[in-house]
Design a protein around this ligand. Structure first.
Ligand code: BJW
Length: 243
């Protein structure tokens, strides 16, 4: 790891972190777009992650999310998640923003995680957005106890607005940080993909943790820390704070 990278993280006042599916890959959760292993290798996003797909075939979409929700019971946070929780204790201020819906950051001990795309564990109704904390976990789509509309996962699908407060806080962090850490995201899906740009335009240090350089930007203040997050993030901590 370069001395400039180490110096930047050690001297940071406010670190903003954006994570994507890649940080949970080493926990055994498939990413969205990696060939062969990704969810999209089995299904096209427009078949599953849109309101139109749900209206067309609610049982199919419900089952896909149910399978993913059940699988979460068998997975654990990995050293990448734990390293970010530890980093928050090392720097004066850290804002953790995630596109993931798996809840693994919170399980690793990160507090106040900003979830841009919702959370797989939560369910709400399709028509009114009524929360359904005690939904029956059936194979066929259950109905809202209040209005009878079908229940759906409380996640953000294509064409839907992100939770306004979460997005505002994420953009504010990108506009205020002095180090921006982008971990395990292909940077394809807006508006999350624009967050690193807010930081880059301000000339602050941007670190990209990803085994692949595909789709990632380069520039004088962009440091690519190539490798899996579960190895690179603990290494970054060890080198910045030896012992
Ligand atoms: C590792 C690793 C390891 C592997 N360690 N790394 C502007 C221009 C064009 C289009 C738009 C635009 N603004 C909005 C849009 C439309 C759309 C969009 O962005 N489309 C693009 C595809 C072009 N955006 C939206 O619709 C958003 N809403 C919105 O903007 O509302 C206003 C609006 C609407 C319409 C028009 C204009 C404005 C909503 C987006 C919601 C995204 N939802 C999903 C599903 C969530 C629920 C679920 O989980 O099922 O969110 S899609 C999916 O992609 C999921 C993810 O959070 C998201 C991002 O994926 P991510 O995390 O980057 O994963 P991958 O698989 O892509 O990448 C993994 C990476 O990890 C890779 O780089 C690997 O190399 C790496 N990796 N192993 C570290 N061990």
């Amino acid at each position: 790891m370069s001395p400039a990278t180490i110096a930047a993280i050690r001297g940071a006042r406010h670190v903003a972190v954006l994570t994507g599916a890649g940080i949970s890959a080493e926990s055994g959760i498939p990413t969205f777009r990696d060939a062969l292993t990704g969810w999209w290798a089995r299904f096209r996003p427009e078949d599953l992650a849109t309101p139109e797909a749900f209206q067309r075939d609610p049982d199919l979409v419900w089952r896909w999310y149910r399978e993913r929700r059940l699988r979460l019971r068998d997975v654990m946070p990995n050293p990448g998640h734990y390293a970010l929780a530890e980093l928050a204790r090392r720097v004066p201020s850290l804002t953790l923003v995630t596109q993931n819906v798996d809840g693994l950051h919170a399980r690793a001990g990160s507090a106040d995680v900003i979830e841009l795309h919702g959370n797989l564990a939560r369910v709400k109704c399709f028509d009114q957005g009524h929360p359904a904390p005690d939904f029956p976990d059936t194979d066929a789509v259950p109905r809202c106890a209040l209005c009878g509309s079908p229940l759906r996962p409380d996640v953000v699908w294509f064409g839907e607005l992100l939770p306004a407060d979460a997005l505002r806080r994420a953009q504010a962090a990108a506009g205020d940080c002095d180090v921006f850490l982008s971990v395990g995201t292909s940077n394809l899906v807006e508006p999350a993909a624009s967050l690193p740009w807010i930081a880059t335009r301000r000339g602050v240090t941007v670190m990209i943790v990803n085994p692949s350089a595909t789709g990632q930007s380069s520039g004088p203040n962009i440091h690519h820390l190539a490798g899996p997050a579960g190895r690179v993030l603990p290494e970054l901590l060890r080198e910045a704070w030896p012992g």
